[in-house]
Design a protein around this ligand. Structure first.
Ligand SMILES: NC(=O)c1ccc[n+]([C@@H]2O[C@H](COP(=O)([O-])OP(=O)(O)OC[C@H]3O[C@@H](n4cnc5c(N)ncnc54)[C@H](O)[C@@H]3O)[C@@H](O)[C@H]2O)c1
Length: 280
């Protein structure tokens, strides 16, 4: 679908945190294709420049460099979005860090303190500050928030204790805000399984230059991060459908306080590929 043609999000204005790479970039591109105007917000200038080049000069795209740990940055992003596009209908809270499954017993107390502070500052505080910056505009449009959750919001072993706790916390945050902002603003989540993205780890562990993509390359065939139910290759673009659904008032208007799991079957068969269907 080309930008501006009638899609599920025609006339919708969205702000996507972590919009410069991975899942966030795929959501930005999908929303544009569905007719939305989009602000892609992220900490990495180069990623946002590349996105701009990829979608072309005519796309209804605003890119803003900022940090999700900063209320001032987020408030400015919301203000610039409404100045540019006139309104804000959807906040996609998405920017995140992983812990590369570093277990408690493999962390010194100092590493644990710093890892916790770094990951929770982005994965939990970053979502809350974004919601705080956006809620007034979302009330005005009867809009919604969509949070990127994870298999780690429900199950163990998709991260270490810090990441798993952060994604469980994000699930709780989604539910609490759905209660608090009802009935004017809907708040839902998308619980993704493993995707080939640029997902990084904390600088405190020297993992800020390593991406999850490397884990896919190294994973043994019987423990691939999220098995596709079809031949999706864990491409983040295959995970964007629920975001469109949840952002669309027409398609999910009565839905709030819920997470859609899109995890390649991880919830029913874990990380193992040892399932009867493989032989069918
Ligand atoms: N990749 C996976 O397997 C997987 C699985 C489940 C959930 N998720 C979740 O998906 C979301 C998106 O991650 P991704 O996998 O696309 O990785 P990604 O690294 O490609 O995307 C994350 C984006 O957030 C940005 N970012 C990081 N810190 C920031 C900050 N302080 N301020 C602003 N932007 C910041 C990064 O620059 C990047 O563009 C995260 O919440 C992640 O936890 C990922």
């Amino acid at each position: 679908m080309s930008a501006g043609s009638s899609g599920w999000l025609t006339g919708n204005v969205a702000l996507v945190t972590g919009g410069g790479s991975g899942l966030g970039r795929a959501v930005v591109q999908r929303f544009l294709a569905e007719g939305a105007s989009v602000t892609a917000y992220g900490i990495d200038t180069d990623q946002l420049s590349t996105l701009r080049e990829q979608v072309g000069p005519d796309a209804q795209l605003l890119t803003i460099v900022g940090d999700v740990r900063s209320s001032a940055d987020l408030e400015q992003a919301v203000a610039r979005t409404t100045e540019t596009f006139g309104r804000l209908d959807t906040l996609v809270a998405n920017a995140g860090l992983w812990d590369f499954q570093r277990g408690l017993t493999r962390l010194t107390p100092q590493e644990l303190e710093a890892t916790f502070d770094e990951i929770f500052a982005v994965n939990v505080k970053g979502y809350l500050l974004a919601a705080a910056a956006a809620w007034r505009e979302l009330v005005a449009t009867r809009g919604s928030i969509v949070m990127t959750l994870s298999n780690a919001s429900f199950y163990v072993n998709g991260g270490g204790p810090v990441y798993t706790a952060s994604k469980h916390a994000a699930l709780g945050l989604m539910r609490e805000l759905a209660f608090e902002l009802a009935p004017k603003v809907r708040v839902n989540g998308v619980a993704c399984g493993g995707m080939r993205t640029d997902l990084r780890g904390p600088g405190a562990l020297g993992l800020d230059q390593r991406s999850i993509e490397a884990s896919f390359a190294k994973a043994s065939p019987d423990r691939r991060p999220a098995l596709p139910l079809h031949d999706s290759s864990n491409d983040p673009k295959d995970f964007t459908g629920p975001y469109v659904l949840l952002a669309s008032r027409e398609q999910s208007g009565p839905m709030t306080g819920h997470a859609i799991s899109i995890d390649g079957g991880m919830g029913v068969r874990g990380f193992s590929s040892d399932a009867g269907g493989d032989d069918l």
